[in-house]
Design a protein around this ligand. Structure first.
Ligand SMILES: [Zn+2]
Ligand SMILES: [Zn+2]
Length: 192
């Protein structure tokens, strides 16, 4: 699922926090949800986050990596009038926010902080994302022998040797190597 550059992942995270909260029997209002997202990203309020000239780019698919501030969430809970969660639930709130900041899975639409970008992408680049459950489908996804397990590919993008387009031919012999092999084999056969 690809989004325009002006897509706001912090808003997506606030919505996700409210929906997940509802399923857990927690009623989290919009204002509180936005405050938790800002807190996870290290801010005292959404306004402070928006006003920070060096603040996060809301259109980035990689915001969850920066949303580790559990102590800021605890502070926010303490400050809140009728907080919808307890202080000891701050780590859970942080985890839900991180999931909500991550793009939806291209297959099932789930949000997970453990999702992978598809293909060889640098942090910050836009990609399609796949959740852990869908990416474990080895009839659809796989890994390049050279890129390793940290890069997820569609099986269609890998050749029959299990190599991505970048590494295709990595194990093919050069014409000189092939000649060497031929004479080597010839020699063995002669001696044998
Ligand atoms: Zn999925
Ligand atoms: Zn590769």
């Amino acid at each position: 699922m690809r989004h325009d550059d002006d897509f706001d992942y912090t808003k997506q995270a606030a919505d996700h926090l409210r929906e997940t909260g509802e399923r857990l029997g927690l009623c989290i209002g919009s204002g509180h949800a936005h405050m938790f997202v800002a807190a996870a990203l290290g801010y005292g309020s959404r306004k402070a986050m928006q006003d920070d000239p060096n603040g996060p780019w809301f259109g980035s698919q990689w915001l969850s990596r920066e949303a580790e501030n559990v102590s800021k969430i605890e502070e926010a809970i303490k400050r809140m009038n009728k907080a919808p969660v307890r202080e000891d639930q701050a780590p859970m709130v942080a985890e839900i926010v991180r999931a909500g900041l991550t793009p939806a899975c291209r297959d099932c639409g789930e949000h997970s902080s453990q999702s992978w970008p598809l293909g060889y992408v640098e942090a910050g680049d836009n990609a399609d994302w796949v959740c852990p459950r869908c990416s474990s489908d080895d009839a659809q996804y796989g890994h390049c022998r050279c890129c390793g397990d940290d890069v997820l590919y569609l099986l269609d993008e890998l050749d029959d040797q299990g190599l991505c387009s970048e590494h295709r031919g990595e194990f093919d012999l050069s014409p000189e190597e092939e000649e060497d092999w031929d004479s080597y084999i010839e020699n063995i056969q002669k001696d044998g």
